[in-house]
Design a protein around this ligand. Structure first.
Ligand code: C2O
Ligand code: CU
Length: 688
């Protein structure tokens, strides 16, 4: 519904501009019969489109006030005022003119006499009421579209209203001039106006383009505006805050894991160029950790001190390792330009952290991840409880590979059916990691199905759910970067895990190892599993919030780092102009995501797990649902809450890696903590 409404709405904005713009141009000319009729027709069409937009606004409003606040409070009233004047004054005047000409025409029986009449009595300009009201309407439509473009959906709008009203008054005054202009002067004026508008648009475009450029070097602390979320203000450079206690300055590079002690588990991951073979036989040039993609499955036990040595043997590309979902100390987080410098070819880097969350996680490079992760620099990381695991414990990574014949969804490297025997009666834990977006859809995350067994969603994003009930015949919509653990007891028939984007691929668990098996067939319209209502509820651990942040997601045509894109935006801006969310250690934070855009955005906060509090204004009713990556679909609003208990400078970005590369990046910063690393073309670091 929302997608439909928002798509229609985008078309209506453009139509509105075209129709009212044409009417405005026409109103400046002479009132010949043809022009008068055309103008009346345009006013009719413009009114219909405007009313349609009003209805569309009503539909979007049902998703929440924040979806329409800017147009209800600014764009539509600005349009309504001149339109009322138009109906009160201009339309009757135009009718009179049309009627008069009609009457004259009625007596003029032949084309010959009509021509004489036209030639003999030169038509006059339209009356001032027509010129002023129609042209002001056109300018109001333009301002409305501009406001839309800015995606500035947060009131108050006092300043916007004042500026736009001023522009409208100037436009109204400028449209008053009454003297009929000779044709040539008219043409000259039209050329001048067109040139002026073209110059203004080009100027604005060049300005946007230039301000979108990433500086040669910049600190991640220095971008955008600092948002204090209604909490105490201060400086994150460690200087004294107004009225606030001084916070001791801390260097994020010092926030490491245990630097001493013998590791319980030590791994070496070497990034290199490797060709890999998919199940279908396709051979791809990949970037891998240890020559395999996905990289080695790292399995450790809770409490283990883990040490990973990253060695870079790629010919040119820098690399890092980010432990997605594991809330490690800041300096171990593996983000180029934020928590370390990208490891250059020939160099190495050591990560050390204690694995104190049990669950399913994954690791991937955070240097140009759009390229690196897509090409294979990722793997799974599973933290088992101290007592280990029983039955079959299988991790699968859903990934899209760029085959010569196009993008294909796969599990690991198998883009065809991958068969695996499991004895009936065996308890199975299937850990599904989603590394990438839905290859088919912009509005939904990856859609998976598990067929042939009743199963439970035992954990999401590495956190167990309380009281998960048995499911059957549902689609699992897993956020890009998110994980679902599915548990079931192996039945005496085959069980299939499949991605709806590629029905040919799948993991087939079969009760016997020999003989042909038929895979269960995939239903196309299974309902989507809803974590918000699944499992047994528990009291929310947060009672009040020290900070409240609102993240409005939208999209528009715009520049990022000098190139024109269809751009996802955060509060109307693209990185480096996006907000920094500032907190203090120990605070409880609420963050509200509102997706006004046309696409799904999986929002990923590093270093913290957050509890989903509500969706679309309704509190969650199921098991506590903790996430590190939350897919916010178009039209949706989510509130999440978390405790700021892991000091550092943390990425908070969209895990659609293409969106992140286009500037859908913000940060969570702790007061008093700064990072010594820098990003930009003059540094080795490109975190997105
Ligand atoms: Cu999975 Cu910022 O990353
Ligand atoms: Cu996104």
């Amino acid at each position: 519904m929302y997608e439909f409404a928002v798509n229609v709405d985008s078309i209506l904005v453009i139509l509105l501009l075209i129709v009212w713009g044409a009417a405005g141009l026409l109103a400046g000319g002479l009132s010949t019969r043809r022009r008068t009729r055309l103008l009346l027709a345009l006013i009719g069409v413009g009114t219909v489109v405007t009313v349609a937009r009003g209805i569309g606004t009503g539909l979007l409003w049902s998703n929440g006030w924040v979806f329409v606040a800017d147009r209800v409070l600014v764009a539509l009233p600005l349009l309504a005022v001149p339109m009322v004047a138009m109906f009160a004054l201009a339309v009757p005047a135009l009718r009179r003119i049309a009627g008069r000409r009609q009457a004259t025409n009625g007596t003029a029986k032949t084309a010959e006499t009509a021509k004489t009449e036209t030639a003999g009595a030169p038509p006059t300009p339209f009356p001032v009421s027509v010129r002023v009201s129609v042209r002001t309407t056109a300018v109001a439509a333009l301002l409305g579209a501009f406001m839309e473009y800015l995606s500035r959906p947060l009131p108050p709008y006092g300043a916007d209203m004042a500026i736009y009203t001023g522009i409208l008054l100037v436009a109204a005054a400028a449209s008053r001039g009454r003297n009929p202009r000779p044709r040539r002067a008219g043409t000259r004026r039209a050329v001048a106006v067109t040139a002026l508008v073209a110059t203004a648009i080009t100027g604005a475009g060049v300005y946007e383009m230039r301000t979108s450029l990433l500086p040669d070097r910049m600190s991640m602390m220095g971008h955008g505006d600092v948002d204090y979320g209604g909490g105490p203000g201060g400086s994150h450079h460690g200087s004294r805050a107004s009225g606030a206690p001084a916070v001791k300055a801390v260097n994020a590079a010092d926030l490491t894991g245990p630097r001493t002690g013998t590791p319980d588990r030590a791994f070496t991951l070497t990034a290199r160029e490797t060709s890999i073979r998919l199940g279908s036989g396709a051979v791809l040039d990949a970037w891998t950790y240890n020559g395999q993609a996905p990289g080695p499955a790292l399995t450790v036990r809770e409490g283990d001190l883990v040490q990973v040595t990253l060695v870079n043997r790629l010919p040119r590309e820098g690399v890092t390792i980010h432990w997605h979902g594991l809330d490690v100390p800041n300096a171990e987080d593996g983000v180029a330009g934020v928590t370390q410098d990208a490891v250059q070819p020939g160099e190495s880097h050591v990560y050390r952290f204690r694995a104190d969350q049990v669950g399913t996680f994954w690791y991937h490079t955070h240097q140009r991840p759009l390229v690196g992760v897509r090409r294979g620099l990722f793997g799974s990381l599973v933290v088992l409880p101290p007592e280990g695991t029983t039955g079959e414990d299988i991790t699968v990574m859903a990934h899209n590979w760029e085959r010569p014949d196009g993008l294909v969804a796969a599990f690991g490297t198998s883009d065809t059916l991958d068969r695996r025997p499991v004895r009936p009666g065996t308890p199975v834990r299937l850990r599904v990691v989603n590394t990438d977006r839905n290859a088919w859809s912009d509005v939904e995350s990856r859609n998976l199905v598990l067929l042939g067994a009743r199963f439970r969603v035992a954990a999401i994003d590495g956190v167990d759910l309380d009281g998960p009930s048995e499911l059957d015949g549902v689609r699992l919509s897993v956020a890009e970067g998110g994980r679902y653990d599915l548990t079931f007891v192996m039945p005496d028939r085959p069980v299939l895990l499949a991605d709806l984007a590629n029905p040919r691929a799948g993991l087939l668990l079969s009760p016997g190892s020999d003989g042909p098996v038929t895979a269960p067939s995939i239903p196309s319209d299974a309902p989507v599993f809803d974590p918000a209502t699944y499992g047994t509820p528990a009291p929310v651990p947060f009672t009040r919030f020290d900070r409240d942040f609102t993240v409005i997601i939208d999209d528009r045509i715009g520049f990022h780092d000098g190139t024109l894109h269809f751009l996802p935006t955060v509060n109307g801006r693209s990185f480096p102009h996006t907000p920094v969310h500032m907190v203090r250690q120990g605070e409880v934070v609420r963050m509200t995501f509102v997706n006004r855009s046309h696409q799904v955005h999986p929002m990923h906060l590093h270093g913290h797990h957050a509890l989903v509090l509500s969706r679309n204004g309704r509190p969650t009713t199921g098991s506590p649902w903790w996430i590190d990556t939350l897919a916010v679909q178009p039209g949706e609003t989510y509130e999440i809450g978390f405790r700021a208990d892991n000091p550092g400078v943390w990425m908070d970005h969209c895990h659609d890696l293409g969106h992140a590369a286009d500037g859908m990046v913000t940060h969570l910063a702790y007061e008093g903590i700064s990072t010594p690393y820098e990003i930009g073309h003059g540094t080795p670091n490109q975190p997105e």
